[in-house]
Design a protein around this ligand. Structure first.
Ligand code: SF4
Length: 232
């Protein structure tokens, strides 16, 4: 089986397992998604959703964030971690969006990655989830780990992993692939103890033999359809 056939099998099997593969970050606008994605660095989506539930009521427009007092914003997002950098980036990004883009989040990779705190992963999430534009594949820690285990890449750098995945995945599946691998990384293919025995990919995954049953995580989901797991 070549890599294109391999990825087709992976997509087929994971689509049967996970319903509705889209970001677990709660948002109503592209700007809210951008803020939530910046906050999600080194933090669970569950924690981010708890914080943004209050944050999005307090700060409504990009101008509200641009004019925010940094210390106050640090306090508001404190529990997501790295709050000093995150608040600095959110304020600086909001200023640019307000002044240069008439308060609209830009919808190209070229423009998005010029914003403070926004690298390719965040830009890909915003483009695919908010604008339905497939310009790349969002590679987070789960996507990187599963791509290597499944033999889709040998690379370690997220940019190179993304390039390898883009070569073998149909463009209209880029967003789906990223979300499915994230879901599967959270539910089954855990970083330290992947649950290979109950993994529907275990007959096509080259790494399955590396993780004998004694290393498995506690079974939590079984082979049932699962909606939007919310943990990183
Ligand atoms: S078989 Fe094991 S290593 Fe491979 S994807 Fe499944 S859980 Fe991960």
């Amino acid at each position: 089986m070549n890599k294109k056939q391999h990825i087709t099998q992976i997509l087929k099997k994971l689509t049967l397992l996970y319903e509705d593969p889209k970001t677990a970050l709660t948002h109503k606008t592209p700007f809210q998604l951008l803020v939530a994605t910046i906050l999600s660095a080194q933090c669970t989506d569950t924690r981010v959703n708890i914080v943004t539930k209050t944050l999005f009521k307090k700060y409504i427009t990009p101008r509200d964030y641009a004019d925010a007092d940094q210390k106050q914003l640090e306090h508001d997002i404190h529990s997501t971690g790295f709050y000093r950098n995150k608040s600095k980036h959110i304020i600086a990004t909001s200023k640019i969006i307000t002044e240069k883009y008439q308060s609209e989040v830009p919808n190209t990779m070229k423009d998005l990655i010029t914003l403070p705190g926004v690298a390719r992963k965040t830009a890909n999430v915003v483009l695919s989830e908010a604008y339905n534009i497939n310009e790349g594949i969002a590679v987070d820690t789960h996507v990187a780990r599963l791509s290597r285990r499944l033999g889709l890449t040998d690379q370690k750098d997220p940019k190179n992993i993304e390039k390898d995945l883009m070569k073998i995945t149909p463009k209209n599946k880029w967003r789906t692939l990223s979300n499915l691998l994230i879901f599967h990384g959270r539910r089954t293919c855990h970083a330290r103890k992947p649950a290979c025995a109950r993994c529907p990919l275990n007959n096509i995954c080259p790494d399955t033999k590396k993780y004998p049953p004694k290393c498995e995580s506690k079974i939590t989901s079984g082979q049932i359809k699962i909606k939007s797991p919310n943990q990183s």
